[in-house]
Design a protein around this ligand. Structure first.
Ligand code: NAP
Length: 233
């Protein structure tokens, strides 16, 4: 999507644009056969995504660092529709230990998984390292979602095989992916503090989200148990 279309909301070839609401995009869809995980579903874009998926009858798992806030969101959704299926599981994408625990807890629920929406993100943070020792925006926005996706991939393939419903993995990116370091991704200097730029580090993590989606798509295309990719800006 061009900046012009982004700002004006002019619809693209799909008929949708930046001014289209989630309710408009999903109008008429019955998602009652769908189970979806939305990371960062306790606020912002993730909340709206979770709300509208639940409105369309999907079973929504809100993966949240702030479980109290996510539970409030769950109650808001249930207040509107007592039949909505919404659960909250704790997930801190900045911690590989927490990601592994989240996946263990999700697998223990023995639910299918059709849709994974890698939405959570942090933006323009001061330099900081995650508990695993990675620059925190790269760790949260990209590495965390990369690990989460890898750990859930077998479950998604198994669900697609049994249900016959093609899976979907959505990585939330940003127009900021165009404004990264001159090397694109600084594979050799990911933690360099001296040249750290909060904005370029954010752009770098969002570029990584796109490359991740592209590579997933390349690897999964033609796979009988396909899980398609898509990017969002
Ligand atoms: N808003 C925009 O204009 C815009 C534009 C382009 C792209 N995006 C992308 O869209 C996505 C959502 O943005 P937003 O505007 O909705 O942001 P937001 O309102 O700040 O919400 C971000 C969500 O991510 C969660 N989160 C942050 N760090 C986390 C962690 N370590 N583990 C788990 N969850 C974590 C937050 O949870 P807590 O409450 O615990 O912090 C929050 O629920 C992001 O990926 C962003 O890069 C947004």
């Amino acid at each position: 999507m061009s900046i012009f279309s982004l700002v004006t909301g002019r619809p693209g070839p799909s008929g949708f644009g930046s001014a289209t609401t989630a309710e408009q995009v999903t109008e008429g869809i019955d998602a009652s056969d769908v189970t979806a995980i939305v990371t960062g579903g306790g606020s912002g874009i993730g909340f709206e995504t979770a709300r509208v998926l639940a409105l369309r009858r999907a079973h929504v798992i809100i993966a949240a660092r702030n479980v109290d806030a996510a539970n409030e969101v769950k109650h808001l959704i249930l207040n509107d529709d007592g039949d909505a299926r919404v659960d909250v599981l704790e997930l801190d994408l900045c911690s590989m230990k927490s990601i592994r625990a989240f996946v263990d807890n999700f697998i223990a629920l023995d639910l299918p998984l059709n849709v994974l929406i890698n939405n959570a993100g942090i933006m323009f943070c001061p330099y900081q390292l995650s508990e695993d020792g990675f620059e925190v925006q790269f760790a949260t926005n990209y590495l965390g979602h990369f690990l989460l996706t890898n750990l859930l991939l077998d479950k998604m393939k198994a669900t697609a095989r049994v249900s016959g419903i093609e899976g979907r993995i959505v990585n939330l990116s940003s127009i900021a992916h165009l404004h990264t370091y001159k090397e694109g991704i600084r594979f050799d200097d990911i933690n360099d503090q001296l040249s750290y730029s909060d904005k370029k580090a954010y752009g770098q993590s969002k570029l990584a989200n796109i490359l991740h989606a592209n590579e997933l798509s390349r690897r999964l295309q033609g796979n009988q148990n396909l899980c398609k990719k898509s990017n969002s800006t």
